[in-house]
Every structure is written in C-alpha cells, then in structure tokens.
Design a protein around this ligand. Structure first.
Ligand SMILES: Nc1nc2c(ncn2[C@@H]2O[C@H](COP(=O)(O)OP(=O)(O)OP(=O)(O)O)[C@@H](O)[C@H]2O)c(=O)[nH]1
Length: 242
C-alpha cells in the first residue's frame, strides 16, 4: 500500500495566527507578492461573521480574487482552526482541486487573543504574528503560539521608534521564550525582512516536499474571554480543551 504519510500531492498548508491588528492579512499579502513568481498560491481567511479579511486581500491585488476564500466561523473563530477544522479543510481541498497544482495554501486565523493555535490536522506549519505596538513584553509573556509556532514574526518593526520598543531586545526575549525556535522581525517597508520571510516559507516548502518536515502542535489554546453583549457578564470564558 502506498505510504500517504508524506504524500505531496497537495499544497503546503501554512497557518497565520496572532492577535487582532498585528498585521496577519498584510503579512499574507506580502508573502503572496514576494512569492508570486515562484509559487501557485491560494488563501483562506477566517472571520466571525464577515468576509472582511478576504475582501481586503482581494483588494490588495496580490492574487486572483477567486483564489481567496472566506470561512465564516461564527462565535469563537478558533474552533474552526483548532477543534472542528472541517470547513477549513473543505475550503483547502476545493482550492487545491480548482487551481491544481497549488504549491501553498495560506490560512489566516480570526484573531482576538494571544493564544490561538492551529490544529496540525489542518496545517503543516504555522506562524504566529505579534507587532511591536503591542509592547516589548508580549513575547516574553509567552503562550502556545508564541512559544511553539514554527515561526514567530515580530511585525511592524518600522513602528518601533514611535512606540519605544527595542526590536533587538524583543526578538532576543522571544528567542529565549521559544528556546531558540526562529523569530523574525518584519516590516512591509523593509525589503530585507521580506526576503528573509520569503526564504523561510521556501525552506519549509522544500522540507515538506522532501518528507523531512513534521507538523508540530504548539498545544491547546488557553481559556479565553469572548465579549457578548447579551451575556449578563458582558461575555464568557471559553476553552478548547475537550
Ligand atoms: N507601520 C506598519 N503598519 C502595518 C504593517 N503591516 C500592517 N500594518 C497595518 O496594521 C493594521 C492591521 O493590519 P492587518 O493586516 O489588517 O492586521 P490583521 O492582524 O489581519 O487584523 P485582523 O484581521 O483584524 O485581526 C493595518 O492598518 C495595516 O495597514 C507594517 O509592516 N508596518
């Protein structure tokens, strides 16, 4: 029987997680633009009730609009990337069938807190995005994505002087928290950083295709709060540990 454990008949699936506004959609647009000449790419976005991120990416003009699909997750956006990944898997399979052969499917999480992680049943690798505007301490505080995603991106480094953050220190703290796993400072205005990000994606793809890449589960999300106007406490704490 053929061994499908490392079957590469499908594209590499790369998850992009991180808190709201850290620049996940922009980073995906940057990756698409940087690799447009090298790879066949498609994108899936996850939003609670809208397709806003998908619309942003379509308007960015970095990919044919039909290669960008939105999954509307309802309630907790993390369920669709962590507990029941069916909708995202179906979207990935549809894109792979419609645009075969694809090299890379990027999947953006709906972001609302620090603890989002993708299930390894959905993605082969994942990157977690923080930004310097969140403060230099964030990386040190850790969390499963910060600690164990395949790559941690410290984004918007161009803003560092304006928010009083020492990027080198933030990257060093993050590297410590990650016990040496890779950390990359990135800004959409810094060509060298985009080149490094591009090289990282191509490196994972090469490793995936050779069968050397093993998906890593960063671990379950910590319990987190969801705002809900109809709830007497203004929201509720939610956990993904079933
Ligand atoms: N200065 C600067 N701003 C950036 C950079 N990347 C993204 N931004 C800005 O940061 C804001 C948030 O970016 P998005 O890409 O929408 O962030 P997101 O994480 O996808 O946001 P949600 O989908 O709402 O979770 C936007 O105003 C972007 O223009 C960067 O490298 N430098």
């Amino acid at each position: 029987m053929p061994d499908h454990t490392h079957s590469h008949t499908r594209a590499l699936r790369l998850g992009v997680a991180g808190p709201v506004g850290t620049g996940k959609s922009s980073l995906i647009a940057t990756i698409c633009a940087a690799l447009a000449d090298d790879l066949q790419i498609a994108v899936i976005t996850n939003d609670i009730y809208t397709d806003e991120d998908a619309r942003f990416l379509r308007s960015a003009g970095v990919l044919a609009p039909e290669r960008i699909r939105a999954v509307e997750t309802g309630a907790c956006p993390h369920t669709a990337i962590r507990d029941d990944v069916t909708e995202n898997l179906l979207a990935a399979e549809d894109l792979e069938a419609d645009f075969a052969p694809l090299d890379l499917v990027l999947i953006e999480s709906g972001g609302d807190n620090l603890t989002a992680t993708f299930s390894p049943a959905l993605v082969d690798a994942q990157l977690f995005v923080l930004d310097v505007a969140g403060g230099g301490d964030v990386a040190r505080k850790g969390g499963p994505g910060i600690g164990r995603a395949d790559l941690l991106v410290v984004n918007k480094t161009d803003l560092a002087p304006h928010v009083g953050v020492d990027v080198a220190q933030m990257v060093a703290d993050a590297s410590d928290a990650r016990e040496g796993r890779p950390v990359l400072g990135v800004s959409r205005t810094d060509a060298e950083s985009i080149e490094a990000l591009r090289d990282w994606v191509l490196g994972v793809l090469t490793s995936y295709r050779s069968g050397a890449h093993e998906p890593v589960d960063p671990g379950p999300m910590a319990p987190h709060f969801h705002a809900d106007e109809e709830h007497p406490d203004g929201g509720y704490v939610h956990t993904h540990e079933h």
